[in-house]
Unconditional design. Structure first.
Length: 313
């Protein structure tokens, strides 16, 4: 209801300013280095949100094209390859890597400085651990982009494999039988967490105050919900496939979106599931790409609206 919400800025004027600090427990805060919020680093993080959005949207569009037989499905790494497969792939790879490293940095900032104010309760801690995992994953994708550029400069073929710079050779050609199910269980739990986030939408207050554009805020939240729903389906299936692969001895590195799309197309009414995932990825891409101007990237910035309390009524 319109009367249940008020602009955050008007309500929170009298509140004490939020310092750039990490809260360990109530009343105990550790000051964060000022360079974390340097304008240049924040610009790099915003660029990372844009690059991430483009890659996610490409995955969704290509998944639908694969369903109708016009293309082969790809994952995030595959969409990055698609972007880089042209005569300008070296400069594009450099920009893509910069964006991916920027988003990786944003993951570290979200986890440590907590500008989105997830807090220190169990749900907040899980969210912030997820941000760290995101930093690792997108850092690896950035390394893959650099590897792709190095291959282009040296005239060599893509030396990639499934992990950048041949990291998979460190672990051997196959994963041990217990590692894959463990990681599969983690991915499965992550997928379930995506469904929970799609329902509760903890990101709904990540948007800067937009009292003049409540419809824009609502659309942004809706895109996030749809995106998390699609990603939840994908992660859950990846986790299940990894657990089953560990049980059945299929110990390889090819458990990703490409395999999920193939499995979905092989199921009864699997095309519907694929469309849901594809729409979710496009929505997540739009959500990410449109975030830079409006995302709360510093601690203490007001959320869009706040529920009116009984004392304020």
């Amino acid at each position: 209801m319109a009367n249940d919400t008020v602009p955050a800025a008007g309500v929170m004027e009298a509140e004490a300013p939020h310092h750039r600090a990490l809260e360990i427990e109530p009343g105990l805060r550790v000051e964060m280095p000022r360079f974390i919020f340097h304008p240049l680093l924040m610009t790099l993080e915003r660029f990372g949100l844009l690059v991430r959005g483009i890659l996610y949207a490409l995955v969704g569009v290509i998944a639908v094209a694969a369903m109708i037989g016009a293309s082969e499905s790809v994952d995030l790494q595959g969409s990055l390859k698609l972007v880089l497969t042209n005569g300008f792939r070296v400069p594009i790879a450099i920009f893509a890597a910069a964006g991916l490293f920027g988003y990786s940095l944003w993951g570290v900032v979200r986890a440590v400085a907590d500008p989105l104010e997830r807090g220190g309760n169990w749900h907040g801690i899980i969210s912030r651990v997820g941000f760290l995992w995101s930093a690792v994953a997108y850092g690896g994708l950035g390394l893959f982009a650099i590897q792709f550029a190095i291959g282009a400069v040296s005239g060599g073929a893509d030396r990639g494999g499934s992990l950048p710079f041949g990291v998979n050779k460190v672990f051997g050609a196959q994963l041990t039988s217990w590692v894959l199910p463990v990681f599969g269980g983690v991915v499965l739990i992550t997928g379930i967490g995506q469904f929970m986030d799609a329902w509760f939408a903890p990101f709904r207050n990540d948007f800067l105050p937009q009292e003049k554009s409540p419809r824009l805020w609502s659309l942004w939240v809706l895109a996030g919900r749809i995106g998390l729903l699609g990603r939840g389906v994908a992660f859950t299936l990846i986790g299940i496939l990894m657990v089953l692969g560990g049980i059945n001895g299929d110990l390889h590195y090819d458990y990703g979106l490409t395999r999920v799309f193939a499995v979905l197309l092989g199921l009864p009414a699997g095309a519907i599931g694929l469309v849901v995932v594809a729409i979710g990825f496009v929505a997540l891409g739009l959500h990410s790409a449109t975030s830079p101007p409006v995302l709360r990237m510093k601690p203490g910035l007001d959320p869009p609206v706040r529920r009116r309390t009984s004392k304020e009524a």
